[in-house]
Write a protein that binds this ligand. Structure first.
Ligand code: ZN
Length: 145
């Protein structure tokens, strides 16, 4: 395990302690799956992936562990307005925005300093500073025919 990963694991273990939760193999597996696995997944997909790596975990445990991970800001919930909750790791992923393809459901990440600056300016003009923003673009492929 590289040094940084070890640090995150330690932070996770102390979060569990704080919550009076035991550091079980299952919880550790959920942590690693969500932090280092594929992004933008629903609980169901996370469960399936854990199942295929032969870790036997109840959905309730996954949900509860996800809640703990959110509370301690290891991950964030992502809502693209389709009634499904997706999760993404905040570790090692600096701020970014999302583009969602309405035809394929593909989620594309992007960043733009220009957009960030313009947003800051707009907020400032109104006497505010931005503490967080959610920027989602709904797109479909350009048809060339
Ligand atoms: Zn993302």
């Amino acid at each position: 395990m590289i040094k940084k990963q070890k640090k995150y694991m330690e932070q996770f273990l102390s979060a569990l302690k704080e919550e009076n939760l035991k550091a079980t193999t299952q919880r550790v597996a959920i942590f690693e799956e969500v932090i280092y696995g594929e992004k933008h997944r629903e609980c169901e997909q996370i469960c399936d992936s854990l199942k295929s790596s032969k870790v036997n975990i109840s959905r309730a445990t996954v949900y509860r562990t996800l809640d703990t991970l959110i509370k301690y800001e290891f991950i964030r919930k992502m809502d693209i307005g389709d009634g499904r909750i997706r999760y993404e790791s905040k570790i090692g992923h600096p701020h970014h925005d999302h583009m969602i393809c309405v035809e394929t459901g593909k989620i594309i990440e992007f960043t733009s300093d220009e957009i960030e600056n313009i947003q800051d300016d707009i907020a400032k003009e109104h006497g505010y500073k931005i503490i967080k923003h959610i920027h989602q673009l709904f797109v479909k492929p350009i048809n060339n025919d």
